[in-house]
Design a protein around this ligand. Structure first.
Ligand SMILES: Cc1cc2nc3c(=O)[nH]c(=O)nc-3n(C[C@H](O)[C@H](O)[C@H](O)COP(=O)(O)OP(=O)(O)OC[C@H]3O[C@@H](n4cnc5c(N)ncnc54)[C@H](O)[C@@H]3O)c2cc1C
Length: 478
């Protein structure tokens, strides 16, 4: 054999090794799982744990951020103290406490700092000193009336809309503008407190259908606020600890900083292309897809929607929510400054600021004397706009003398997060036309299932209870 022939054979052998290696690495880029879960927030992370650990199914979570946990946001100051500026506490429903226990996280009654409220118009900075908040006893009595009025409809909404009535059977109460519902059941004294929970998320909530308000503030929340049902928080660690432990448990079954860029879905399963922040592409093949993020038309665009799917997602409108922690020497300790319109004074509990809105500055405690801010607007609001609203509101409060004199340039944003689209909802006419049934008809369609707030309500543990009903249905379809 000549030297030339030997080197040619070596070259061929080497190139086969290289092709084999390339083929192997191409194969390594394909991940095959029973269930592909998109989004690792409250509902996606919970579903991943339950499917893998309790139902013995292989899963992969595709999460667009670099961490799990969705709306949980914990800030640690220089002293090491932690402050929650996203999710605060949990409603004790279903297996919620056990879910924390399986991660060795103990829970207890939430500790709250008692705050004194100051009412001010954030557009002018004026103190609305003639505003009279409802007495605590009147507020509690009104919340109990809300609970009694909401309970008959609870099973239509929780743990999901599986049993939501057909269009002709939707109770009139659920379609009433919430202001009318509140007057009908004598709930006005509860309105200011209720506004602090769902109101900012439901634009023009006094005129919005009662159904929309109950989707974010239903019977369970009223039970919690009247002391009829417990709430809890983790005691040992901060709220992010649960998701750190889920991350450790799931290990390589989570792809962080990744989104789906292409999808093929049919009745037999799904094939996805997932792209990481570094541009790396991974092929994922799954028997079933579980979407857990808020399904706005933009977010759903890579999923190659068919007509039925587009018809549903295009009907949704949504709010955008931002939360942050600010510090300024003029913001007073132990105070909550509540954004209040002058027309609310002295006791018009149907008059509220309109979105975009900074709801309040809430003192978070020593030693850092930080304040929590929550901002809600429509789809056009971005981080700059949300921060400008905080700055403009504080400026107005300073100029009006509602808070001690100071320089607006001393405002510091210690933390700020864009929670993205929330509170997806269809209009009244669409609901009357059977929207909820059309939405739920998508469960299982083209091997795709849906969890998350758009399919139930905006509370973590209620979504876990929703998963407990959804996952067996998904598994049955396998
Ligand atoms: C400021 C604030 C405070 C709250 N306080 C409480 C509280 O005290 N108690 C309570 O029970 N509830 C609270 N909630 C509500 C609660 O957080 C939500 O109901 C719950 O998180 C909704 O869960 P989810 O799984 O639907 O969405 P999320 O928890 O938001 O999870 C969605 C996940 O999907 C990811 N994602 C989004 N798009 C994509 C994509 N295209 N590809 C991949 N991943 C994607 C997101 O990054 C996120 O991790 C609060 C919400 C906010 C904003």
């Amino acid at each position: 054999m000549t030297v030339a022939l030997v080197s040619m054979l070596r070259a061929i052998a080497l190139s086969s090794v290289v092709s084999l290696a390339m083929a192997k690495s191409a194969c390594a880029e394909t991940i095959t799982k029973n269930v592909v879960i998109i989004g690792g927030g409250a509902s996606g992370a919970h579903a991943a744990v339950r499917l893998r650990e309790d139902f013995d199914k292989s899963v992969i979570v595709i999460e667009k951020k670099s961490h799990l946990g969705g709306h949980v946001a914990t800030y640690t100051d220089t002293s090491g103290k932690t402050y929650e500026y996203g999710v605060q506490s949990y409603l004790e429903v279903g297996e919620a406490v056990d879910f924390f226990a399986r991660f060795n996280i103990t829970v207890g009654v939430p500790a709250r700092i008692p705050l004194t409220s100051v009412y001010a118009d954030f557009s002018t900075g004026q103190n609305i000193s003639d505003y009279v908040a409802p007495l605590a006893a009147d507020r509690s009595a009104a919340l109990r009336r809300f609970l009694a009025a909401a309970e008959p409809y609870e099973s239509m909404l929780l743990p999901g809309y599986w049993d939501f009535p057909a269009p002709e059977d939707i109770p009139e109460d659920l379609l009433l503008p919430f202001g009318e519902f509140a007057q009908k059941y004598d709930l006005l004294a509860a309105m200011p407190q209720m506004f602090q929970v769902p109101g900012p998320g439901v634009p023009d909530w006094v005129d919005a259908p009662t159904l929309h308000v109950m989707q974010v503030f239903g019977a369970p929340m009223a039970r919690a606020l009247t002391g009829a049902a417990p709430t809890f928080t983790p005691t040992g660690e901060d709220n992010s600890e649960l998701y750190r432990r889920i991350t450790a448990l799931l290990g390589e079954d989570v792809l962080f900083s990744s989104t789906v860029t292409k999808a093929e879905r049919n009745g037999d399963g799904v094939k996805l292309t997932v792209t990481g922040a570094d541009g790396k592409k991974t092929k994922i093949v799954g028997d079933r897809l579980l979407i857990s993020f808020e399904p706005t038309p933009d977010a759903m665009a890579p999923f190659d929607l068919d007509e039925a799917e587009s018809a549903v997602f295009e009907k949704f409108t949504h709010s955008k929510v931002f939360a942050g922690i600010v510090k300024h020497p003029s913001l007073p300790a132990n105070i909550s400054i509540v954004n209040t319109v002058p027309t609310a004074a002295p006791d018009n509990y149907l008059s509220f600021p309109e979105a975009p809105i900074l709801a309040r500055f809430d003192y978070m405690g020593a030693p850092s004397d930080l304040f929590r801010v929550l901002i809600v607007g429509d789809d056009t609001l971005d981080v700059d706009g949300a921060q400008k609203l905080v700055r403009d509101s504080l400026s107005a409060l300073l100029e009006a003398g509602t808070i001690a004199d100071g320089d607006i340039d001393d405002l510091v944003f210690a933390a700020f997060v864009d929670h993205g689209p929330m509170h997806l909802r269809a209009g009244l006419e669409d609901i009357k036309g059977g929207f909820i049934q059309e939405q739920y008809a998508l469960q299982g369609h083209r091997s795709t299932w849906y969890t998350g707030a758009a399919w139930s309500v905006q509370f973590t543990t209620l979504l876990w209870a929703y998963n407990d009903v959804l996952l067996p249905k998904l598994l049955e379809s396998l």
